[in-house]
Design a protein around this ligand. Structure first.
Ligand code: ADP
Ligand code: ZN
Ligand code: ZN
Length: 723
């Protein structure tokens, strides 16, 4: 017998199947990990096939050295998915396989969690009457059976416990336990579904893909839980994806309350041990409901009845680093493999998904009304140019100040959304124009007042803040656009009696950071939560009656084709945080471009109108989903090399363009807008072509990379971020 093996190395030269012989004393099956001799080394590999014949000269094949686990870590579905992804996304086999395992499994860094327990020995002797503590301990164990060593030791003292152990009265034994992620405890309430919810649950019953378009507060989570319940009753499993960890505390708490320890949680905020143990619970079928961020789509769960992608429009569902993949595509693969239901849910579906619903590829299910029957919060547009003309140059417009004042007086809550962390976006000398920039990246540095440092948001490097211009010596330093820190500072000045909290990447970097801030905010009355897009997502606070959007234009003028769509989504999502209980909420939206069409549709919650306008625009200008964009990004620490590699590739792509002249809409080569990040120079080839022959062209373009290319190459289809 022969084993076909993929070596677990991320190298182009090893990106194929290698053959080994199977020694008689080793029993292996497909999907197992093994150690194999490779050149002078012994490397880890995955068995992807076992055959009677080999393609290579059998006498020259080497035998497998040993097994790593005693079970197949890669299940048949995942082997198929590996092939599909490698082919479709042009990824290396090993780098796809790595997505399927917790990384700590490959590095052997995690140990199983072993807990020491104590119990009374079968024929123990009662301690003498003078040993009062020992008697107490024995009585305690008599009453309680086995207890954790650490617990008993804390209660009665280590000396007492170890004395009894020494005498043989108490036995110590070890149990291997699963680490469990923390979660908040909430009551399990089976809510009576509204008519709309019931209709959604009844409709979503076939093995196909549904787009659930439900306004914010329409009760989508309850629908998801009912759908999952139905699958569990049928003995099937469920996967539910949420965009970001900041969302999971509430969702997980609800899921835990409903499904108990059938729930497993997977996201990047877990410790290595927790992630490993959750993975094992899923792998061995103990967990039936997986809740997690993007990477949970690769969980080794079997017999899947339903996959749900909540907030399906979120960018975080596309991995922006290698290996690049789109969660929707993987979900669709698993849906087809398991012949099950896929639900994409959102209040603001992506233009791509909604277009598919209109074309009949997805089945559209709508929940246009909030559970509480309340109208959507009124969105008031404030023209900041007018404010400026009237002499108000502060961060807050007069109406926003007025509404905040009223919230504070009523001891209610508000959220202020500003999609920029730090204090100000840059520091610039007013005299000579000097701007502080990162030494390793081609970006200006962001001022952080709390630490009094300039930080690079691309590489994390810190620099001294400017009080004097290093170029001309002037003290006249100008602060750039306002960030979260600055907003908090100003609010605290205006409302000293209110609790002001900040939620952004800087305040949530610690484990459970989001949960801590959200829990603190829950009890802060009056309270104002200032935050980046993290606060836009899914949070459900009944006392939030006001949402302020400080700088709505910020996402509007970014250079990619989705920026208007993203602005619409952000406004709708943040606005959706207000008025979720019995009082209607209010939203103040500050902008310098009040006449932009995105604001007209957003303030009326007119998703369909917006879709029509935006889809039409993309159709006539040839942008996705009606055309395809491919970007090939080259990076290398040597600018000459990267420019050369890029040019060689560009010449080949040009030939493809000449062949498909009628399909290409655009092709160009250039420095990336951010020319350098972390001392890596960046060059790119951008192209756009029509859909008809898109797959064919895409394949040809992927083959343009020269074998001699020294730079790292990154392919992106319809990229989110063009910097
Ligand atoms: P969405 O995700 O659609 O924005 P949520 O799922 O967060 O909405 O639900 C909004 C609120 O309504 C939550 O507080 C939820 O507990 C509550 N809710 C959902 N369904 C019902 C129901 N059938 N009856 C009463 N309250 C409900
Ligand atoms: Zn200067
Ligand atoms: Zn930097």
């Amino acid at each position: 017998m022969f084993a076909k093996i993929i070596i677990d190395q991320d190298a182009k030269a090893l990106d194929r199947v290698f053959e080994y012989t199977i020694p008689d004393d080793i029993q292996v099956q497909v999907g197992e990990r093994v150690m194999v001799p490779f050149g002078k080394r012994t490397l880890q590999g995955f068995i992807v096939d076992i055959t009677d014949n080999c393609e290579y000269d059998a006498s020259k094949l080497k035998p497998i050295s040993s097994k790593i686990e005693n079970f197949a870590v890669i299940k048949p579905e995942m082997l198929k998915l590996m092939k599909y992804m490698a082919e479709k996304l042009h990824l290396k086999l090993a780098s796809v396989l790595r997505l399927f395992l917790p990384s700590e499994m490959r590095t052997d860094k995690v140990k199983e969690l072993v807990v020491r327990y104590v119990k009374l020995a079968n024929n123990f002797e009662m301690p003498s009457n003078r040993a009062v503590k020992q008697i107490e301990l024995v009585d305690y164990l008599k009453a309680n059976g086995q207890k954790k060593f650490s617990e008993v030791s804390n209660m009665f003292g280590y000396a007492t416990l170890s004395a009894l152990v020494k005498k043989g009265a108490v036995e110590v034994f070890e149990v291997q336990e699963d680490r469990e992620p923390e979660f908040d405890v909430v009551k399990n309430e089976h809510k009576k579904l509204t008519d709309l919810q019931q209709r959604a649950v009844d409709t979503i019953c076939e093995n196909k893909t549904y787009l659930l378009h439900g306004v914010t507060g329409s009760g989508k989570t309850e629908v998801y839980m009912n759908l999952i319940e139905r699958q569990l009753e049928k003995g099937k499993a469920a996967v539910m994806l949420v965009p970001e960890i900041s969302l999971t505390p509430q969702v997980l708490a609800n899921f835990r309350a409903r499904f108990g320890d059938k729930v497993a949680l997977i996201h990047s905020g877990l410790s290595a041990g927790e992630r490993f143990d959750e993975w094992k619970r899923i792998f061995f079928g103990k967990a039936k409901v997986v809740v997690g961020a993007r990477s949970a789509i690769f969980c080794p769960i079997e017999n899947v009845g339903i996959i749900i992608i909540d907030e399906e429009h979120e960018q975080s569902y596309v991995s922006e680093s290698n290996p690049r993949y789109d969660t929707h595509m993987i979900a669709e693969f698993r849906r087809a493999y398991n012949d099950c239901t896929l639900v994409l849910g959102s209040a603001t579906p992506s233009i791509e998904s909604y277009a598919k619903a209109i074309d009949g590829e997805y089945t559209l299910v709508e929940m246009p009304v909030r559970v509480n029957g309340m109208e959507m919060p009124k969105i008031m547009l404030v023209d900041m140019l007018m404010e400026l003309r009237q002499g108000n140059n502060s961060v807050f417009s007069i109406p926003l100040k007025y509404e905040l004042q009223s919230i504070v007086e009523k001891k209610k809550q508000a959220m202020i959304f500003i999609n920029r962390r730090g204090f100000s976006s840059f520091q610039r000398c007013r005299q000579c124009g000097y701007v502080a920039k990162c030494t390793d990246c081609d970006v200006s540095l962001v001022y952080h007042r709390f630490e009094n440092k300039l930080k690079c948001h691309y590489c994390g490097k810190r620099f001294k803040a400017l009080d004097i211009c290093p170029s001309c010596g002037s003290h006249d330093i100008k602060q750039g656009a306002v960030g979260t820190e600055r907003v908090v500072e100003e609010l605290q000045k205006m409302f000293p009696e209110a609790k002001i909290l900040r939620m952004d990447n800087d305040t949530t970097s610690k484990k459970n950071g989001h949960r801590a801030i959200l829990n603190e905010f829950r009890n802060a009355k009056p309270g104002i939560l200032v935050g980046t897009q993290m606060i836009a997502k899914g949070h459900d606070f009944e006392d939030v009656l006001l949402v302020g959007i400080v700088d709505a234009d910020q996402s509007l003028y970014q250079s990619d084709y989705r920026s208007i769509e993203r602005t619409f989504q952000l406004i709708t999502q943040v606005s959706g945080r207000a008025g979720r209980s019995e009082n209607q909420g209010k939203v103040i939206l500050q902008t310098y471009s009040p006449r932009h069409y995105v604001y007209r549709f957003a303030t009326n919650y007119d998703y369909k109108g917006f879709f029509k306008k935006e889809a039409n625009l993309r159709k006539v200008t040839n942008f996705p989903p009606y055309a395809r964009i491919v970007r090939i990004l080259f990076t290398n620490p040597d600018e000459k090399i990267v420019a050369q590699d890029c040019k060689v590739c560009y010449n080949k792509v040009q030939q493809i363009r000449d062949k498909y002249q009628n399909d290409f809409v655009y092709l160009d080569v250039m420095k990336a807008p951010l020319n350098k990040i972390k001392n890596q120079f960046r060059y790119q080839i951008m192209m756009r072509f029509k859909l008809e022959k898109a797959d064919e062209i895409e394949k040809a373009v992927f083959d343009c990379i020269d074998a001699k290319c020294k730079s790292s190459v990154f392919f992106e289809i319809n990229p989110n971020n063009l910097s």
